[in-house]
Design a protein. Sequence first.
Length: 178
Amino acid sequence: MSNHKVHRAAERDVGVLERFCAEAAASPSGLLGHRRERLAPATWVAGRVPLVVAEDPTGAVGFAVALSEHAPLAAARCAEGLVYVSPAHRRRGAGRALFAELVAVARAAGLWKLFAYALPEDVASRALLTRLDFREVGTLVKHLQLGGSWRDVALHERLVLAARKSTPSYGEVKAIRE
């Protein structure tokens, strides 16, 4: 059981969120560090974007946010779920607690679906997404350049309103049966 308390982010959290975003952007191996746009927690808080912060007895350890402006094809009520946990606090349940609360906040905000990206070799992130009922929907081949080479990125999705797990569409089921 995790000893993390997760709460909706407020203006008082902007400083620690800025620090986490700077840490994430400086990481050469994580996907957050390779985004085209700057992570902007003050804007997220002001815009009432679904955003949560996890704390343990030592203080804030990470955050999760649902960014709808990054939805493919500008799909309404869909958002990209991002999670960041400070390296010193990883593998202790904070990521799971953050994403679980983010799903609840996203649901309350009227979102229908969250999607997330992970590097295929990032076993921990992919396992976390699976435990949180995300479904891997495919691989974006040679989608991101890291360290001078093109890398694949796995795409995951999770319905947050209608059902806990995303299920294949009718067209996918029909293709599987044929």
